[in-house]
Design a protein around this ligand. Structure first.
Ligand code: 7TS
Length: 418
């Protein structure tokens, strides 16, 4: 903890770090781990692991099936977690919270169910050039099958969405759906989704938010935004892998056909035909990830106790400091807009040092970052970059971590004689 953190962060970061034992280790002998890859997957606090282990050791049975106390207890815990998620994103009803495996599955669910039923030749789906592959490829697959058109909102040199182009699409094209990320996993850009949603609705289009990089870091209120679908992953928000969420407005989910068939999603099956279960179960075929859902509930409790506004305020301090320190390094360029319009990540390129070499040299110093295209190849093509090195931050990171990153970059440069 540096002086800056102590003076301005609304949170006691050292107490928070004590909840994450994984952070207290050496990456290599004599090199303490500096974990700067939370955009890929965040670490999990003890509280989440404890909730899962209590369930697995004492309360496990399949849900929605057994007429016995243990199964009822498991069902109660599984459904209580759903209620926690509902409150966390301020959905109207528990029925609007569909458990999935991750953001990717949530987007595929909307494409495979709503998209297959509603899109055809002449229709337009609007995405953006900065999307993660998980919000591009499902639409491309479906467009091949259904014959609709995909338009991409361009990204400016600064790393912002070209909103004039967006408006033109909405005015001139028969847009049925806009699906855009809230926060970029490469540029860090926080997109102005509230206004974009209002514009889409005025043009008669639905709006889906990819919230993989926003829901973990800032308060997302689906009613205030009036968003139609919201997708996010548990593992990026202090929860476990294997659990994600699709929020959808009830009226839309009710009208959508099932995505997968099987047990739990039906009310009645005959050899000729089947009737679907009520929401949210219509979209939850088969035995679900019960322990993981309970872990997600515990993660939501954990983040709620810290307060999403406090988490955002703390991360702003760290990201602002990172932008300042990184910009001191000669030949280094951070992608994306200034600190007032970004959150969570700093991806950068350096003259004379390849992104992967940089990440490898940083690892030697104990600093864990990611290098590559971060599943956003079109965005990297937009900037004519094969790869970037990305440091990403969460509530347990401090400005001292940024100092360690910067020092490791200077050491890497020395090693390469730069
Ligand atoms: N959308 C965004 C904005 C993401 O950052 C990611 C994962 C996904 C969707 C997909 O999430 P998943 O849980 O379904 O895999 N992003 C990253 C990343 O930046 N590095 O590793 C995974």
């Amino acid at each position: 903890m540096t002086k800056t953190d102590q003076l301005t962060s609304p949170l006691d970061i050292q107490a928070i770090r004590a909840d994450f034992p994984v952070l207290n280790q050496e990456a290599h002998p004599g090199k303490p781990l500096v974990f700067l890859d939370s955009a890929a997957s965040s670490q999990k606090p003890r509280q989440v692991v404890d909730a899962m282990s209590t369930y697995l050791l004492h309360d496990h049975a399949n849900v929605h099936r057994g007429i016995y106390a243990l199964s009822e207890r498991a069902t109660d815990a599984y459904e209580a977690a759903r209620e926690k998620v509902r409150v966390f994103i301020n959905a109207r009803s528990r029925r609007e919270i569909i458990y999935t495996r991750n953001t990717t599955e949530s987007v595929n669910l909307v494409a495979g169910s709503w998209g297959r039923a509603n899109l055809g030749p002449g229709d337009v789906v609007v995405l953006s050039e900065m999307e993660h592959h998980s919000n591009i490829v499902p639409w491309q697959l479906l467009a091949e099958e259904r014959g609709f058109t995909i338009r991409y909102i361009p990204v400016t040199d600064e790393g912002l969405l070209d909103l004039a182009a967006y408006e033109t699409f909405l005015q001139q094209e028969p847009v049925k759906l806009v699906s855009v990320m809230h926060v970029s996993n490469v540029l860090g850009t926080v997109n102005p989704v509230a206004g974009m949603i209002r514009q889409a609705h005025a043009a008669g289009a639905l709006f889906m938010i990819d919230g993989a990089q926003s829901v973990p870091h800032l308060a997302v209120d689906v009613q205030a935004l009036d968003v139609d679908f919201l997708a996010f992953s548990g593992h990026k928000m202090a929860g476990p892998t294997g659990i994600g969420v699709l929020y959808g407005k009830r009226v839309l989910l009710e009208a959508m056909p099932p995505y997968m068939g099987g047990g739990d999603m039906i009310r009645r099956v005959t050899l000729e035909k089947s009737e679907w279960n009520d929401l949210p179960y219509k979209f939850e075929a088969g035995t679900p990830a019960i322990a993981e859902a309970i872990g997600l509930g515990a993660a939501v409790d954990y983040l709620g106790t810290l307060g999403m506004d406090n988490i955002l305020a703390h991360e702003q301090i760290v990201v602002e400091y990172a932008m300042e320190r990184l910009s001191e390094i000669p030949g280094l360029k951070v992608l994306g807009p200034g600190p007032d319009r970004r959150n969570g990540v700093t991806a950068f390129v350096m003259q004379d040092l390849h992104a992967h070499d940089t990440a490898q040299l940083l690892d030697m110093e104990g600093v864990a970052v990611r290098a590559g295209h971060h599943c956003a190849m079109p965005l990297h093509q937009r900037y004519c970059l094969p790869a970037t090195t990305r440091a990403s931050y969460y509530v347990y990171n401090t400005t001292a971590d940024v100092d360690a990153l910067v020092e490791a970059i200077y050491n890497a440069r020395k090693l390469f004689g730069i």
